[in-house]
Design a protein around this ligand. Sequence first.
Ligand SMILES: NC(=O)C1=CN([C@@H]2O[C@H](COP(=O)(O)OP(=O)(O)OC[C@H]3O[C@@H](n4cnc5c(N)ncnc54)[C@H](O)[C@@H]3O)[C@@H](O)[C@H]2O)C=CC1
Ligand SMILES: O=C(O)[C@@H]1CCC=N1
Length: 279
Amino acid sequence: MNRIGVIGTGSMGSILLEAWLTAKALSPTQLIVHNRTPAKAVRLAEKYPGLSVAQSNTEVAQTSSILLLCVKPSEYNVLLEQLAPALTTNHLMITITSPIKLKQLETQVPCPVARVVPSITNAAKSGVSLCEFGSRITQQHRQNIFSLFSTISQPIEVSETYLRVSSDITSCGPAFLSYILQQMIEDAEKETGLSHEAATYLVTHMLIGMGELLKQELFTLPTLQQRVCVPGGITGEGLVALQKGVPGLFAEVFHRTHAKFAEDQELVQQQWKNHVKQH
Ligand SMILES: NC(=O)C1=CN([C@@H]2O[C@H](COP(=O)(O)OP(=O)(O)OC[C@H]3O[C@@H](n4cnc5c(N)ncnc54)[C@H](O)[C@@H]3O)[C@@H](O)[C@H]2O)C=CC1
Ligand SMILES: O=C(O)[C@@H]1CCC=N1
């Protein structure tokens, strides 16, 4: 019963699973998966011989001690019902989504629950994962979770209050920044005729180099700006344009993500209430 069961092998479930396998942190035989559309899980098993595909979520719960739930918030209702017959107090349940409150989850299941919000950067065994622990989590569970996620990320504990904004930065951030950089590429093309390929190549390597500077702690974000901005020089002129448009932009981004988060939480609450009424 030492296996890890990954439920939902969509985008994030498969990223996490493949990150552990390619890091050799886990062997395929330590994992069992189930996905609503079986073909996605079968494809993974074909790629990683030894990986088991369960016929149902009940089977996952019967054959693994850690359950990693990688489905969307609106899919929890059905999933928890499928898991119920096989759940025991000995399981450890980890949700990777932010809108499911741990307190709420604890009312639905007998086992300890935790949250680990991953990031697409974990595919490169990089970036952070955000951990939040429920009231039944012991020191041993914490250690197990940290040691599992530290093989593909830097796990950090975050309180419920700051989980959403932290996830906006670490999990949504790669999408936000790639959108901004794509605008840089498109405007370079439009304004100067530089080819899309050339602009993409330059932007990509600028970003990797910048990541290295930060990783090696040669610069911080503010000192990077200072050193690139030669007094009276060209970069400063470019920054003037950014200073007009960018301040406050992320405030709007965060307002929108927080509003959607509240909407998702409300939807889950309604679904769970209706579910109780029907039974
Ligand atoms: N994509 C990302 O970068 C990140 C996603 N997340 C969270 O991960 C969660 C999943 O996101 P994605 O993987 O992008 O979604 P997705 O839609 O690609 O994957 C969800 C998978 O769960 C399966 N599924 C649904 N109900 C099921 C059930 N009852 N039993 C078995 N499988 C079931 C679906 O068939 C699908 O393959 C979301 O809540 C999201 O907030 C968290 C951090 C980053
Ligand atoms: O877009 C989403 O809903 C999720 C949350 C964090 C990353 N992706």
